[in-house]
Write a protein of this length. Structure first.
Length: 217
């Protein structure tokens, strides 16, 4: 006796076959599926939700930073230094984890493992996060130096390097969304902090003539 073959969209059940429900999933049979279109839509929806979340975080952080600078008289160098420190911590964590052969922990979130293991997260044998550590260290030194001395050349250095970093972050975000099709929350957090550093440094640089050379802000 020849057993009946299960055709597309069917699951064998005893001597008979039964059709799978729409989407190709059958939890009772241990089969979980879904059309490629539905999975792609879910992935895109997830990534767009995270992008929207970080946009809100960036706007709120920027508003608080500008309030501290203009209403509370906090020196912009200290604001930049705080953001540089945050970026340094994030980049250091990613560097240590990836150099040890592990992947970042995202908790209930997803995407960190895919991004960390992709070719776009490495430049040769070095994770791109290591370059983030170096960039954050230089930016932190420039921000603190400008705060202590009022030397605008240090502000210009911070502005120029943060612009360079933002250019790379734009490419890396493109790679995550369209090439890797996964978003790392740690990478995005670092990118947002870098964008904020660039925008604040740009605003301060454009207003540099309003403040006497060497004066506190």
């Amino acid at each position: 006796m020849v057993a009946a073959r299960a055709g597309p969209g069917r699951v064998p059940e005893g001597g008979a076959t039964r059709r799978l429900p729409p989407g190709g999933s059958d939890p009772a049979a241990g089969i979980v599926g879904g059309t490629p279109e539905s999975r792609d839509f879910a992935t895109l929806h997830h990534m767009l939700a995270w992008v929207a979340f970080w946009v809100v975080v960036a706007v709120v952080t920027f508003a608080l930073a500008m309030f501290a600078i203009r209403a509370r008289g906090v020196h912009p160098g200290l604001i930049l230094a705080a953001l540089d420190t945050f970026g340094l911590v994030v980049a250091s964590y990613l560097s240590i984890v990836e150099l040890s052969g592990n992947v970042p922990v995202c908790g209930p979130l997803h995407g960190c493992e895919e991004v960390a293991k992709s070719e776009y997260a490495w430049i040769g044998p070095i994770p791109v996060a290591v370059f983030g550590v170096g960039l954050s260290l230089i930016l932190l030194a420039a921000a603190l130096g400008w705060w202590k001395t009022g030397d605008r050349r240090l502000l210009a250095l911070h502005y120029g390097l943060s612009l360079l970093g933002v250019t790379f972050e734009a490419w890396f975000m493109f790679a995550q969304v369209f090439l890797i099709e996964a978003v790392c929350v740690w990478c995005t957090a670092y990118g947002v902090s870098l964008i904020l550093r660039f925008v604040i440094a740009l605003i301060v640089w454009l207003r540099r003539d309003e403040v006497p050379e060497g004066a506190t802000w």
